[in-house]
Design a protein around this ligand. Sequence first.
Ligand SMILES: Cc1cc2nc3c(=O)[nH]c(=O)nc-3n(C[C@H](O)[C@H](O)[C@H](O)COP(=O)(O)OP(=O)(O)OC[C@H]3O[C@@H](n4cnc5c(N)ncnc54)[C@H](O)[C@@H]3O)c2cc1C
Length: 401
Amino acid sequence: MKKIIVVGGGASGLVAAIIAKRHGADVTIIERNARLGKKILATGNGRCNFTNVDALPIHYNNPAFVKSVFDSFSPSETLLFFKSLGITPKIEDLGKTYPLSEQASSITDVLIYEIKRLGIEVIYEKVILSAHKETQGFVLYDQQGETYHCDRLIVATGGLALPQSGSDGTGYQIAKDLGHEITPLFPALVKLKLDSPYLKVLDGVKFPGFVSLIHQNQIIQTEFGDILFTKYGISGPTILQLSRKANALLQDHQTIYVDVKLVSELNPTDIEERLMDLKNLPVELALLGLINRKLVSVVLKEARLMADVTIEQLNPMQIKRLAQLLTSMKFKVTGSKGYEEAQVTAGGVNVNDIQPKTLESKKSKGLYFAGEIIDIDGLCGGYNLQWAWSSGYVAGLHATQ
Ligand SMILES: Cc1cc2nc3c(=O)[nH]c(=O)nc-3n(C[C@H](O)[C@H](O)[C@H](O)COP(=O)(O)OP(=O)(O)OC[C@H]3O[C@@H](n4cnc5c(N)ncnc54)[C@H](O)[C@@H]3O)c2cc1C
């Protein structure tokens, strides 16, 4: 019987352990926390958006690698896996899938129940700091210098996002010890910081609209959905989706902007016509029917207009400028809220050094990786947990063979 150690009892590690045990291995999970699956509880605002039924490899940064893993364990197989454990899924807009209970704890509860039912050993409150290959298998060292031996090793320690959940990046050292290169790391699915004198006024303004990421006057990515201004910058699902590309460019010391459509339903010509219809009204009042009150003062400042001037007192250039601002207001992006608030880590163990069909290391036989520690990240909306389950399944299965 193969002795397998799974380092990390998070999403990917739990599935890897379950699958390995079901296939006859002697499995031990080593988890630094006093409990399993801590981060899962924080997912989906406590509801756990545990998969996305529309998730495809193209929704991830390394699609060919993801495809190979999804060929073994796809979102539909994930649904069956969780259904068999007792979870009834609830599919919402854009394929986002939650447990019907709307409680993330349902997901951890059923996984932990299965871990116990299978008799998987769990060692809590031990941080593995390094690993070495032995003639037969591996030896791991924890923070107290204690050692652990195994035939096969699955590293499922997560990335750097939400470090208080336990994923503080120590796993990268284990990967390096065993000969792996770590690609540049940066936070993704994270709120962005802006440089703007208007943030204090705009704090709390939320509306649905289009927002684009701009680099060298080119649109890099556009998203539609809720946009939320905050005292440090900008947030909302749209921004999380843009944040990966934004942070990649910032890492490269590039200057970038977000271009926000304050009015997404009308084009500039429509807006000009609408304003002309209201020519007797003060400009402030005409704008109040189009955008949030707090945005009105910002637009007037940017357009250098007094609030009480009537539309008919404006010249055509001023009207054009107003229409332009309402459909395109640019803000310079200066950074992000970092790993503390990021949902995922971009970068990780280089996929070129991992077998895509088995998730076994090409550098160290018997070593497997699962989850966010690998250089894979996906969109916001159930894609990253899906990667964790799929990669956990593949690593767990092949580690037994
Ligand atoms: C706030 C938030 C909300 C999110 N919401 C969603 C969502 O709704 N849908 C979605 O798809 N994704 C979501 N994600 C992303 C998702 O949670 C992660 O992609 C996923 O949990 C990664 O799984 P993992 O197993 O790789 O790592 P983790 O879940 O981070 O687990 C790693 C485990 O390893 C342990 N560990 C780390 N280092 C060591 C060590 N050296 N020794 C021993 N143990 C160690 C940690 O304590 C942890 O338990 C969210 C993330 C955050 C932060």
